[in-house]
Ligand binder design. Structure first.
Ligand code: MN
Ligand code: MN
Length: 470
């Protein structure tokens, strides 16, 4: 082939074929990615549960001038408001120039992550050891949870109305907890089981003590448990029955760390979905007065189906938006039909250790930016809201025109499995919605991995969306 003919074909290729760019192309500015991710790592280390994520979000928001919104109070463009939903989810808004009837730009992430919850009557003693009974929360591979250090976080609500915060294991001097595993020497029967049965849910009991109370005789029953209750009583003023009205969760006692010799990635517990919650929150906090009102919701209970008063199905969401609509006499239904939602949630990333579950041409890759996902679901897109191609076209233009690296992803090979996000619950409200978020390795494991460039690009994408989506 002659040189000129070859050049012609290259030109045609360049013009007609899709490109797979990475964040390291000169086209994209990721200078601030590392600094941004230091803030994210700090958020992860503080926000080990949804309650702790809400607390930290409030601290960050108030530092930027956000105030709790009281129903009926007048609002003007540029006002920064939030509402705390029972300490477990939070919604924040920056009021725009336009009326609420023109719709809002919304980023919806979730701040609950898979974990191991204590049962309502958890504490018992057996074989000289004291343990907590548990019930796992969300989609976990149970075999990943024994033999790793665990922290304990949550609250105990007392009959007096007082709510006591419990937090053990997050500071270097604290003790931690563990679920024990069987030694390989005696694991013959265990290792022959299916992975789903290797660890039974009722054997995920958390070790929390082994020393009997001072003065106990060998024959005394429950002397170790009595000692643990005494320690808890001295520290938190609680008695055993108070567990009945407690919400206590065990989470991995890992802090967020850089991964790789090049420090390009972050390993941590709870990237799903704090890796989208933090960029969504930060984008809202860094926003000047927008054209359309910008809203960020950090929801609870996504991992168990978005149920309950703090989940995305809750009317807490429309109650808040309607309160804002009331201030300029807009109708909620009019606001919703003109609104756009990015359901900011994580996406599976191509993993060279497990390439067989993904179809390469339609899978997200680490370091290729924020990932749009048209549909999730399973078996023929069932249980998915299937975003409109018109919305995708709009976002393609928005991101391409503003130096945002983005890619299209999907949830594995067809019929390989599936899943969902809050997208369908937003779409049901007549809000144009699409999933958009950070690709993750080892999703739902105690230690997930993301790339710093993707976290930063997700922040930039959401900020651009808040600023310019009309
Ligand atoms: Mn998620
Ligand atoms: Mn999840």
């Amino acid at each position: 082939m002659s040189d000129s003919k070859k050049n012609k074909l290259d030109e045609l290729r360049e013009k007609l074929f899709a490109k797979n760019e990475t964040a390291f192309s000169e086209k994209y500015d990721i200078t601030d990615a590392d600094t941004f991710c230091e803030g994210y790592k700090a958020y992860l280390d503080i926000g080990k549960t949804e309650r702790l994520c809400v607390k930290e979000a409030i601290r960050l928001a108030e530092a930027k001038g956000f105030v709790p919104y009281e129903r009926g109070k007048a609002l003007k463009a540029g006002d920064k408001i939030y509402r705390n939903n029972r300490g477990k989810s939070i919604i924040l808004a920056v009021i725009g120039q336009k009326s609420m009837k023109c719709g809002i730009n919304l980023a919806a992430a979730h701040i609950d992550s898979p974990r191991v919850d204590l049962k309502q009557s958890p504490l018992y003693e057996s074989e000289g050891l004291c343990l907590f009974k548990t019930h796992y929360y969300g989609g976990v591979k149970k075999y990943q949870w024994p033999a790793i250090p665990l922290e304990l976080h949550g609250v105990v609500a007392l009959k007096s109305g007082e709510v006591v915060d419990v937090s053990i294991g997050n500071s270097p001097d604290d003790p931690v907890f563990v679920i024990t595993d069987l030694l390989p020497h005696l694991g013959k029967d265990q290792m022959a089981k299916k992975a789903t049965d290797v660890i039974s849910a009722e054997s995920m009991n958390i070790l929390c003590g082994s020393r009997p109370i001072d003065g106990a005789k060998d024959s005394d029953s429950d002397a170790v448990k009595l000692n643990i209750m005494k320690i808890l009583n001295e520290k938190y003023g609680i008695v055993e029955e108070d567990f009945l009205s407690a919400e206590l969760s065990a989470v991995p006692a890992f802090s967020a760390r850089d991964i790789g010799l090049d420090r390009s990635m972050i390993g941590a517990y709870g990237h799903d979905d704090r890796v989208c919650a933090y960029p969504s929150l930060r984008a809202l906090l860094d926003l000047d007065t927008p054209d359309r009102t910008a809203v960020c919701i950090l929801a609870d209970k996504e991992e168990i189906g978005s149920e309950g008063v703090s989940g995305m199905k809750s009317h807490f969401f429309e109650t808040f938006i309607e309160d804002i609509c009331d201030t300029d006499n807009s109708l909620l239904r009019e606001c919703f039909e003109n609104s756009t939602c990015l359901s900011t949630d994580v996406m599976v990333a191509m993993d060279p250790n497990y390439p067989e579950v993904c179809e390469k041409k339609n899978t997200a890759f680490i370091n290729r930016g924020i990932t749009l996902c048209k549909y999730t679901g399973a078996r023929g897109k069932s249980g998915s809201s299937d975003a409109s191609c018109e919305l995708i076209a709009k976002l393609r233009a928005l991101f391409d025109d503003n130096g945002i690296l983005w890619q299209m992803g999907s949830l594995g090979k067809v019929d390989q499995g599936g899943g969902g996000t809050v997208a369908m619950y937003m779409a049901e409200r007549n809000i144009e919605t699409i999933d958009a978020g950070v690709p993750v390795l080892s999703m739902h494991s105690p230690y997930e991995t993301v790339a710093k460039a993707d976290v930063y690009m997700t922040y930039k994408a959401i900020l651009t969306f808040f600023e310019k989506n009309r």
